[in-house]
Design a protein around this ligand. Sequence first.
Ligand code: SF4
Ligand code: SF4
Length: 448
Amino acid sequence: MQTEFKPELLTKPDFLESEKIIRKCVHCGFCLATCPTYVLLGNELDSPRGRIYLMKEMLEKDRPATPEIVTHIDRCLSCLSCMTTCPSGVNYMHLVDHGRAHIEKTYRRPFWDRGIRALLAATLPYRNRFRFALAAAILGKPFKALFRRIEALKPVAAMLELAPLRLSGRSPEEDPAVFRPAGPRRARVALLANCAQPVLAPHINEATIRLLNRLGVEVVIARGEGCCGAIVHHMGREEQGHELARRNIDAWTRELEGEGLDAIVVNVSGCGTAVKDYGFQFRMDPAYRDKAARISGLAKDISEFLIALGPIAPTRPTGLRLAYHPACSLQHGQAVRREPKALLAAAGVTVLDIPESHICCGSAGTYNILQPDIAMRLRDRKVENIRLTRPDAIATGNIGCITQIGTGTDIPILHTVELLDWATGGPLPPALEGAGLHSGPAALQAAE
Ligand code: SF4
Ligand code: SF4
């Protein structure tokens, strides 16, 4: 795409980067068919190519964002399906991140939109605040139909819908600690404990630590680590995102320079994509550039780390038919596609491929709160496609997808590591407790 950036803008690293990205787009339109919002809405401006054009218009003259641009960029899921499809290597992720940061700096959103975004940014990345907010949301659940009737308050209804029925107890696995394997140590890793996941589903980190320890891996939850920053970064709040990222970089650097780390393991794929991008995010920061690049180089999705560790030997038959849902952040953001399925198959599971598996489930960070109508349509489409595979349960590697898909179906849904932990000697995952399985119950009972 031809660009006409003002020369003075090209002295700024973010504008220079965006200009290079836009120039790579050759208008071929291959990305349209795999973009969930274009598939649903059929509007070129809700496609990757249309959004690239809108961002070009906004950025090359350093213009403030307009309501039209904000509408179409807000509708983008940042699912990055377009990056998988694009034959020209357009880095849409870095472009839309810049576009969102520019919107945040130059556009004043309507009152309710501002309020809801401020609330999300002030609670979601902070575990204790999020736990408190979730408790309030559980109490507010009976009023969700009321909020749904008012257009501007639909995000509040979506928050109440997504809140679980009960708050999980606080898990000791969310505090800084070292978890040592019983036998000889094969590796030492830092686990990103995350912000929302330990509150919504503490059993996922517990299963991860048990599994890694069983495989001879020492796991440290580093003092000072927390939210990866992705949630606010995707809302255009660059500074807050960087502040959160710096804390993690510092916490893991202390570990690296102390007892050392073989990897930084992430079991929420949305966060993994962000940590792997720290090197880019801090490329212009002399104090953090090298440290951030080192951290990004060590970051691994749990499935990548497990595959590299070697074969997993199941100790019980699972007898399950599992639909594997590849989270967008894993398949498109990190290009990790084969590993989770290989691990599940090695654990004795029949892995079922979901039709349209490249299309997002509508979770996408805060998207299912801020764009609830599109998110709901994507969720229902995903659930229908999952049903076609007639699975006993669904496995995926991202808490956002677990929460989103879980609101649309009774089919049990769990994290890939929970299944691997169970298959190698851990407890039955909570999602499978009392599950009415379509097939394989005999094997399941035999296993217990
Ligand atoms: S990130 Fe996803 S929703 Fe956004 S333009 Fe690309 S494919 Fe479409
Ligand atoms: S596939 Fe890539 S090059 Fe083609 S229109 Fe989409 S972004 Fe541009």
